[in-house]
Design a protein around this ligand. Structure first.
Ligand code: ADP
Length: 151
């Protein structure tokens, strides 16, 4: 069986913490589809097109990584692309509580398993929301944004 995972998120913006999850998960799956969620209730800093374009540029040398936007329930997106796993990252107990409830719900409704990877400790404090705040104060955030994957 082909192991396909979606890595869903807002990715507003995609950070070195997200990149670390993707790189470490790559040996576990045949394919990872990074799903950029469109949430009608949230006003993003970067348009979905910009987010998709940036993430695609990071992984253009890796044919096993695909980047798609979606505006449905995450689980519906997973089913649409025939994924059998949902990949998420865990930074804290707060992440854990949130992820556990959603993972249980998704498992019960569709049988799709959630695979969680712990953050690498140096990235534990990195979040898209903190980076957006730095940007709003005109700070340079380059060091929190990933570099393209070399193959
Ligand atoms: P969402 O809005 O769905 O929480 P995010 O874009 O904030 O989406 O995050 C997507 C996933 O990446 C989530 O599982 C989140 O816990 C994980 N993540 C975010 N930042 C980090 C980090 N620094 N290290 C590890 N995982 C992270």
């Amino acid at each position: 069986m082909c192991r396909i995972a979606i890595f869903p998120g807002s990715f507003d913006p995609f950070t070195i913490g997200h990149d670390s999850v993707v790189r470490r998960a790559l040996p576990l799956f045949d394919k990872i589809i990074i799903g950029v969620g469109v949430n009608a209730d949230k006003k993003p800093l970067f348009t979905v097109e910009k987010r998709v374009e940036f993430i695609k540029s990071l992984y253009e040398k890796e044919p096993r990584i695909e980047v798609l936007a979606y505006d449905t329930l995450t689980i519906a997106f997973a089913q649409k692309v025939h994924a059998n796993y949902i990949l998420r990252g865990l930074r804290s107990v707060r992440d854990f509580e949130y992820e556990r409830d959603i993972a249980d719900l998704n498992k019960q409704s569709t049988g799709i398993e959630t695979i969680l990877l712990f953050t690498e400790h140096q990235y534990g404090c990195i979040s898209s929301s903190a980076i957006r705040e730095l940007i709003s104060y005109g700070e340079d955030v380059k060091k929190y944004l990933p570099k393209p994957l070399e193959k």
